[in-house]
Design a protein around this ligand. Structure first.
Ligand SMILES: [Zn+2]
Length: 117
């Protein structure tokens, strides 16, 4: 994951700028999405440049790293009781993140990002 983030060569995964409207139209994503990896298998990260957090270096860095963990090595968001283990989202998702067993934390994108910060 870290090497993929540092890769600026021709084989690096691109980050494509998009808007909330485009994310909704093309991927069915809500406007609250800052960044994502397309579910169609495309090897890229899409970044919503109309999202308010696009202007926050901290939020954008976290989102890019999180999405890269989905892309390479392909980790998914771990879940507990049906809630994704996110560090900073809804209360149920934060609780899921806090309760995530260590082994699952080793492959959960937000836990990996926490280790990077
Ligand atoms: Zn995720």
């Amino acid at each position: 994951m870290a090497s993929a983030l540092r890769d600026t060569g021709p084989s690096a995964a691109p980050a494509n700028a998009t808007t909330s409207d485009q994310l909704g139209t093309k991927y069915g994503a809500p406007p609250s999405v800052l960044a994502g990896v397309p579910s169609d298998g495309a090897r890229l990260v899409v970044v919503n440049v109309t999202h308010p957090d696009f202007l926050s270096q901290k939020e954008l860095t976290w989102a890019a790293g999180h999405e890269m963990a989905h892309l390479e090595p392909g980790f998914k968001d771990e879940m507990i009781n049906g809630y994704k283990a996110y560090k900073f989202e809804e209360p149920e998702e934060r609780s899921s993140s806090d309760a995530l067993p260590g082994q699952q934390g080793l492959v959960n994108p937000d836990h990996l990002m926490q280790e990077a910060y």
